[in-house]
Design a protein around this ligand. Structure first.
Ligand code: AGP
Length: 372
């Protein structure tokens, strides 16, 4: 009903708007006054976490994209090798796991059958499983060794939005916590990240306040057939997520690519007027990444692409090559997905609406996939 949607036209719009609070709620009570992480729910003993020699993330769909981003954070902050795999592939392989493997199962619903079967497969081989889940008491956390709940609140729209952002927050917290327990990283950098995380909800709010041009752009593309998404580093999974949103909501052909892979094939797809969304990493810090993507934007634009550039405030290098420029607040590279994903959600939602689609209940999809 209209009341349940809190005045919004759809649950999806409501849930997009709830993201600043969802992010803040997921951080609440998990960082103490001195900036240390207090994840009491992670009942896996410190000794086990210290001895873990591999992390494997299993998930499906949007939760898988959160896992891909988590890998960058886990490996950077803990130096533990991390693999990320689609649950539906993992369970039918012969994965190498043992007691020193920490498996992270990410699921909004906690009922996804593929993820559940993958976690059973992992536990049978002695791995410890930690669930990142949004639904209290659901099957996946019940069958795991421990659970870190995301506090997004109920997500009704089939397309995941606020659950994704909170999955990212939970994964960042977990990565920092592993670093803290293992003593690999506990210092200025972690303190700085914790500080940045604490204000990220406000940054998401600022992004939401500037979305009107993105909506107008989406409406102008309503009759297109294809949109491509490019990113590098953590911007690559963001590109995959942007494409997934567009597929499931707008029923358009949308694909995400690692920008560095363009020249290995996908650049052949570029033709006059093709909309290409590019997620640009911060020009500060790892500026090599930034320079690389600026040349990728030039390459596709020279071949006729209509470039939709998502770049940090103050990034002037991209201006000459952007047909449409979407500004996001400056954040550390690893945290950028929390702000960069939001315009892509708004874009897909508006484009779907302009095409006359029902955004909360896309055709052929179910909110939780309890079949294999
Ligand atoms: C997201 O927009 C999708 N509807 C879908 O990919 C979803 O993320 C996936 O099915 C996993 O669901 P879960 O998080 O409940 O396990």
């Amino acid at each position: 009903s209209a009341a349940e949607k809190g005045g919004y036209a759809s649950f999806m719009l409501k849930e997009i708007a709830e993201q600043p609070k969802a992010v803040a709620d997921t951080l609440l009570g998990r960082i103490d006054a001195s900036g240390r992480l207090t994840l009491d729910e992670v009942r896996i003993p410190d000794a086990v976490l210290r001895e873990a020699d591999k992390v494997v993330v299993i998930a499906c769909g949007t939760a898988f994209h959160a896992g891909l981003i988590a890998k960058y954070a886990i490996e950077h902050w803990t130096r533990i090798p991390c693999e990320v795999e689609l649950a539906s592939e993992f369970r039918y392989r012969d994965p190498i796991l043992n007691r020193r493997t920490l498996v992270i199962a990410i699921s909004q619903s906690g009922e996804t059958m593929d993820t559940l079967m993958a976690l059973r497969h992992a536990r049978e081989q002695g791995a410890k499983v930690l669930a990142v889940c949004n639904t209290n008491g659901s099957t996946i956390p019940r069958e795991s060794d421990a659970v870190l709940y995301t506090h997004a609140g109920p997500e009704v729209a089939v397309a995941s939005t606020k659950a994704f952002l909170t999955q990212l927050v939970a994964c960042y917290l977990l990565a920092l916590y592993l670093g803290q327990v293992r003593g690999t990283k506990w210092g200025d950098e972690i303190h700085a990240v914790v500080r940045d995380l604490a204000r990220i909800g406000d940054e998401v709010e600022r992004v939401l306040e500037t979305m009107e041009p993105v909506r107008a752009l989406a409406r102008s593309l309503a009759d297109r057939n294809t949109v491509l998404f490019l990113g590098r580093h953590v911007g690559y999974p963001v590109a995959l997520e942007g494409a997934l949103k567009l597929k499931e909501l707008a029923y358009m052909h949308a694909e995400g690519f690692a920008a560095g892979e363009l020249k290995h094939g996908p650049i052949a797809l570029i033709e006059e007027g093709l909309p290409v969304v590019v997620v640009v990493p911060s020009p500060r810090g790892r500026s090599v990444l930034h320079d690389k993507i600026v040349s990728n934007i030039q390459e596709i634009r020279a071949r006729g692409a209509r470039t939709i550039v998502i770049a940090e405030e103050g990034d002037e290098a991209v201006v000459p090559y952007a047909d449409h420029l979407v500004r996001i607040p400056a954040t550390p590279t690893l945290l950028q997905p929390l702000v960069a994903t939001v315009p892509l959600q708004v874009f897909a939602c508006e484009l779907a609406t302009a095409r006359g689609n029902e955004v909360d209940q896309p055709r052929n999809l179910a909110k939780s996939v309890t079949v294999e």
